[in-house]
Design a protein around this ligand. Structure first.
Ligand code: NAD
Ligand code: UDP
Length: 314
């Protein structure tokens, strides 16, 4: 298979490139590096099956030659970016998705959309099944991301129904692991970096809000299970063990042996109070389930961050 991965130099995109190449696929990664880094894919540059295009997919996408699969991951994903680069997020979710779909239509390729649990907003149904339509504030600061992804899902289904493009939609729940940006702003990377540096752990609100954290290896295995299946989706891929943010902070402190104090800061506007996937579809239709639980995944991730720190790369 020849697979185009938009956002291929990002956290998830680079792990996906690794997994595709490992199973013998050819990969064309496209990225404008707005939140990604060449450091995530530099180990692939000597691989003849890997090519990289530095390009903003909100502009027309050109890929020479045949393409079998297009996996559209390009989009900033951290809430810290929602206020920093809101227009780029809306553009890549709307125009970027349409260009990637247009390429899929032109090449006769299967299209895979990286959607998100954020389409459920601050959910009033718990855990969240794919049939839940969500509780999103369209005009709040998170709306730029949530609505871009909801639009991307709508556009994907329109190309599927109207142009008969073969599509897959995954709804990704909070995923963490090696290659997260240290200054990304997300809870897992912030807490580990703060703990390793002996700085205060910044808990937003009182830390009682919950998330269900997925280790990157499980998430990528879920992507490939959906990609290769006959299911259009959307399908939730995540871990259904739920933790409060305070519990996450305490686990990071324990694993790193840090004595950083906890400090409490303002809760961001519209921060979801709870989040946990209903995994019935993933389990029954894809035979997939998460294997790496939070303690083990966090241990691996903090080891990686510690190694980065010793290389002076934090
Ligand atoms: P990331 O920021 O590390 O990766 C996104 C990549 O897309 C980056 O390399 C960035 O440079 C690139 N990109 C952004 N806009 C682009 C554009 N216009 N043209 C070309 N490249 C562009 O984030 P990630 O966590 O790896 O997220 C990857 C995808 O998964 C995103 O679509 C995100 O919305 C989705 N997702 C991630 C999570 C998570 O917990 N990590 C959760 C839900 C959804
Ligand atoms: N959070 C926190 N401290 C931080 C970063 C995040 O308490 O330094 C909280 C954030 O408010 C949210 C949760 O942790 O309630 C998860 O945040 P993250 O940015 O990782 O993901 P998302 O909000 O997109 O689920």
């Amino acid at each position: 298979m020849r697979v185009v991965v938009t956002g291929g130099a990002g956290f998830l995109g680079s792990h996906l490139c690794d997994a595709l190449l490992a199973r013998g696929d050819e990969v064309v990664a496209i990225d404008n590096l707005i939140t990604g880094s060449l450091a995530n894919v530099e180990h692939l540059f000597g691989n003849a099956a890997f090519t990289f295009q530095h390009h903003d997919v909100s502009n027309f996408i050109h890929v020479a030659g045949p393409v079998d699969r297009i996996m559209h991951l390009a989009s900033p994903a951290s809430p810290a970016d929602f206020e920093r680069i809101p227009i780029q997020i809306l553009k890549v979710g709307s125009r970027g998705t349409q260009h990637a779909l247009g390429l899929a239509k032109d090449k006769g390729a299967r299209f895979f959309l990286a959607s998100t649990s954020e389409v459920y907003g601050d959910p009033l149904v718990h855990p969240q099944p794919e049939t839940y339509w969500g509780n999103v504030n369209p005009i709040g600061p998170r709306g730029v991301y949530d609505e871009a992804k909801r639009f991307a899902e709508a556009m994907t289904m329109a190309y599927h129904r109207y142009h008969d493009v073969d599509v897959r939609i995954v709804r990704i729940f909070n995923t963490y692991g090696e290659r997260m940006r240290p200054d990304d702003g997300r809870a897992v990377s912030n807490f580990i970096v703060q703990a390793l540096a002996g700085q205060p752990i910044t808990i937003y609100g009182d830390g009682s809000q919950t998330r269900s954290f997925t280790y990157v290896e499980d998430e990528i295995r879920g992507f490939l299970a959906l990609l290769d299946s006959d299911q259009t989706g959307p399908i939730n891929i995540g871990n259904d063990n739920e933790f409060s943010i305070r519990q996450l902070a305490e686990m990071v402190l324990e694993l790193t042996g840090s004595s950083s104090p906890l400090v409490f800061e303002d809760l961001p506007v519209d921060d979801p109070t709870q989040r946990k996937p209903d995994l019935t579809l993933a389990r029954t239709l894809l035979g997939w389930e998460p294997k790496v639980q939070l303690r083990e995944g966090l241990a691996r991730t903090s080891e990686w961050f510690a190694a980065q720190a010793t290389k002076g790369q934090l």
